[in-house]
Design a protein around this ligand. Structure first.
Ligand code: TMP
Ligand code: ASP
Length: 262
């Protein structure tokens, strides 16, 4: 394959220049990090699963009118997306107490929150992505007030949609992280959903057993990490055993291609 220009390598993805101006290829790696990359590892097959899961969620969101950067999946580990100016804010939506919310406020994990919380973190690895308030966003001009209104509206719509989608397959959407980007049309810009939505960026618990089906299995050394990601993909109907596309088969094929293309 012709060599492509790499634009950026992140912790879980690599971005390459796309085939047409204004497009980017997102390559999903098996690498996993936690606690601002203090903990590092690999989850076999994660890239393949996250590519599929994120494609499914972004395509579904597009059908309810949420604008996203997703164009199409290219292969097992890559998807074509629209280039956007990433807004340096991580938007976290929480339905149930977990993670840093529990640590920060001394809450017990698993407590249903009386209302959904939206939090903002400044995207800066050197600072450890600190929690910020709207005041900081306005003061430092990271996003305009109109953009923040659109972001909050989209975050709520995405949460409503995803809570229903996951509830339908016996999964509780505890919390998740979103990123947004700005796209320009002449002098006008608008905000679209960017990055990915996958078990890397969500907390997903089995409704009946509260078993964790997300990256917390890696963060907390709970084991069976890849299996949990597969379980999410399977319940979403993305691994169809009748098609011979059983999780193992998908991942074996990917391994085979990786070796062949080396
Ligand atoms: P937290 O409880 O650690 O703040 O995480 C909240 C949600 O955001 C959780 O679903 C995991 C996700 N998340 C990311 O996707 N990337 C990150 O860097 C962090 C810290 C959290
Ligand atoms: N992805 C983040 C990191 O490595 C944190 C996390 O997801 O826990 O730092």
């Amino acid at each position: 394959m012709a060599r492509r220009r790499q634009i950026y390598e992140g912790k879980a993805k690599i971005l390459y220049e796309g085939p047409e101006p204004g497009t980017i290829i997102q390559y999903f790696k098996d690498d996993a990090t936690a606690f601002n990359a203090q903990k590092k590892g690999q989850i076999a097959g994660k890239g393949v699963l996250n590519n599929r899961i994120s494609e499914h969620i972004f395509s579904s969101l597009a059908t309810i009118g949420v604008p996203t950067h997703f164009i199409r999946r290219l292969n097992m580990r890559e998807q074509l997306v629209r280039q956007a100016e990433i807004i340096p804010i991580e938007v976290v939506v929480r339905n149930v107490a977990a993670g840093t919310l529990c640590k920060r406020l001394g809450l017990e994990e698993g407590v249903q929150l009386p209302r959904t919380i939206i939090e903002y973190y400044y995207k800066d690895d050197a600072l450890g992505d600190p929690l910020i308030a709207d005041e900081h966003i306005a003061c430092f001009g990271w996003a305009s007030q109109d953009e923040m209104n659109d972001i909050a509206d989209m975050a709520i719509r995405i949460n409503d949609f995803m809570c229903g989608m996951f509830a339908g397959i016996g999964i509780k959407l505890v919390d998740f992280k979103l990123e947004f980007g700005r796209v320009w049309d002449g002098d006008f810009s608008r905000v679209i959903l960017a990055d990915e939505i996958s078990p890397d960026s969500c907390r997903l618990w089995d409704v009946k057993t509260n078993r964790k089906l997300d990256k917390d299995r890696f963060r907390q050394d709970l084991g069976e990490v890849g299996e949990a990601y597969q379980e999410v993909a399977r319940r979403l109907g993305l691994l169809n055993p009748e098609d011979g596309e059983e999780a193992g088969a998908v991942l074996d094929l990917d391994e085979h291609r990786k070796k062949r293309d080396k």
